[in-house]
Design a protein around this ligand. Structure first.
Ligand code: KG4
Length: 357
């Protein structure tokens, strides 16, 4: 079975993974998160420099953990977008260099396809058709997904403004919690009352698009509520828990509606925000009640990592998809149409083609 080396550098994590036939052989992760904390968000130049320092050691760590050498690698996959331009360039350049030096094919893959593909490593092959809710720091999308290699990905709805993770990060900041905000809110919300404050559920009205998201108004509602406290202390745990509840409710309600409306019996919940304990619990509860099979990777595989890029590369290799040329360019704002960033699906602008064979 071909062995795929995957490299991820789209944001502040330098991730490397090695996958063969749907099995994770080894992985390694470095993060520059602490270097960004004092700025309250990721500084692209700092992230890129950190990737430059970390990528080679992470490749060596992943190979050591897998117990293999460079000669055992049959293909290289690297994130070619979307992400921070300078950060993506480092991992893609490293991927090209390894592919060239080892004489193996290169796949420039879409970061969000990696989020979806990583679940294969824990829960086996994807079903023939599923609804995927991808919730990360930069994206919030409800998608109809097939095999990732050939079937075009259909966008049912995306966020019209902030992504869910971005809302977590911004609300955390206004509550004085550290970056990254998602895990911080998740932690403090454990001591709060999710019903303490009735924050709005965005895009829920009968005339709103059923699968679109908007989190900017919710973020503003939290900011107003905090402002109105004036000199009184802000009950941070209650605000965090109530905000988190509004996000979890909105995400899971729309995801279940998408499954129901499209007669799909599997929901794939992935991306950094899928690590959130309340989002996971509510998704489990609602999927169980609706008879929908929920697939969600363990929290460590929800946030950016190298295993997910190796996993998507492995899917492409096994599906005999033609690799990229070494002059492939990065695309920091690539829309997800398929696993291969510049694959045939990437030229498909119509978003309503059916998925499945
Ligand atoms: O998928 P991801 O690692 O990559 C990017 O989008 O770059 O997602 C990162 C996002 C951040 O916004 C972070 O705050 C959020 O995922 N996140 C969480 C949790 N862990 C990470 N949000 C809510 N609860 C969490 N436990």
């Amino acid at each position: 079975m071909p062995t795929v080396l995957g490299i991820e550098t789209s944001c502040d994590e330098t991730g490397v993974g090695i996958v063969a036939d749907g099995v994770l052989l080894g992985d390694a992760l470095a993060t520059s998160m602490d270097e960004h904390a004092r700025f309250g968000g990721v500084v692209p130049e700092i992230a890129a420099r950190a990737h430059l320092h970390a990528v080679t050691p992470m490749v060596r760590h992943a190979l050591d953990r897998a117990g293999i050498g460079f000669g055992d690698i049959d293909a290289v996959a690297a994130t070619a977008g979307p992400g921070l331009a300078t950060a993506v360039q480092i991992g893609l350049a490293a991927g090209k260099a390894y592919a060239l030096a080892l004489g193996v094919p290169l796949y420039g893959v879409h970061n969000l396809a990696g989020h979806a593909a990583v679940d294969v490593l824990e829960h086996g092959p994807l079903p023939h058709r599923c609804v995927a809710l991808i919730v990360s720091g930069g994206h919030t999308s409800l998608l109809l997904v097939g095999d990732l290699a050939h079937d075009p990905v259909v966008h049912l709805g995306d966020t019209v403004d902030d992504a869910a993770g971005e809302a977590f990060d911004k609300v955390a900041r206004l509550l004085g919690l550290p970056y990254p905000g998602g895990p911080a809110i998740d932690r403090v919300a454990r001591d709060g009352d999710p019903a303490a404050i009735a924050f709005p559920r965005p895009m829920k009205g009968p005339n709103d698009p059923p699968y679109r998201f908007s989190f900017s108004g919710l973020k503003t509602a939290v900011a107003r509520w905090v402002e109105q406290r004036g000199d009184r202390a802000v009950p941070v745990a209650d605000v965090a828990a109530s905000f988190q509840e509004a996000v979890a409710d909105t995400l899971t309600r729309k995801a279940l509606a998408a499954c129901r409306d499209h007669q799909v019996d599997t929901l794939l919940l992935v991306g950094g925000v899928a690590a959130n304990s309340r989002v996971r619990a509510l998704a489990e509860q609602r999927c169980a009640a609706a008879g929908i099979h929920l697939r969600v990777p363990s929290p460590r595989l929800c946030t950016d990592n190298g295993a997910m890029i190796a996993a998507v590369g492995d899917i492409l290799v096994r599906a005999n998809v033609a690799p990229d040329r070494l002059d492939l360019g990065a695309d920091p704002s690539a829309v997800l149409h398929g696993a291969l960033l510049h694959g045939p699906g990437a030229r498909t602008t119509g978003t309503q083609r059916p998925v499945g064979r």
